[in-house]
Design a protein around this ligand. Structure first.
Ligand code: SF4
Length: 69
């Protein structure tokens, strides 16, 4: 799973950091992807939380790419 936040779209609601704190942090008023997010997303519950964070991000700033296979 590859996760990114488009800072030009993010308006800093911090919801991603609340939904999936293992993967997102809130820094300087923006949601950011933590270093090591890919490893954290190996956990199925974390993956689900990341998908939900992307879906519910009010500015659609989160992109999630599922790895094939
Ligand atoms: S949920 Fe979306 S708008 Fe809110 S901080 Fe995260 S990326 Fe930014």
């Amino acid at each position: 799973m590859k996760v990114s936040v488009d800072r030009s779209l993010c308006y800093g609601s911090a919801e991603c950091a609340h939904r999936a704190p293992a993967v997102f942090a809130f820094e300087d008023g923006y949601g950011v992807v933590r270093p090591g997010a890919a490893q954290a997303a190996d956990d199925p519950r974390t993956r689900e939380a990341v998908r939900e964070a992307a879906e519910k991000c009010p500015s659609q700033a989160i992109a999630v790419t599922e790895r094939e296979g």
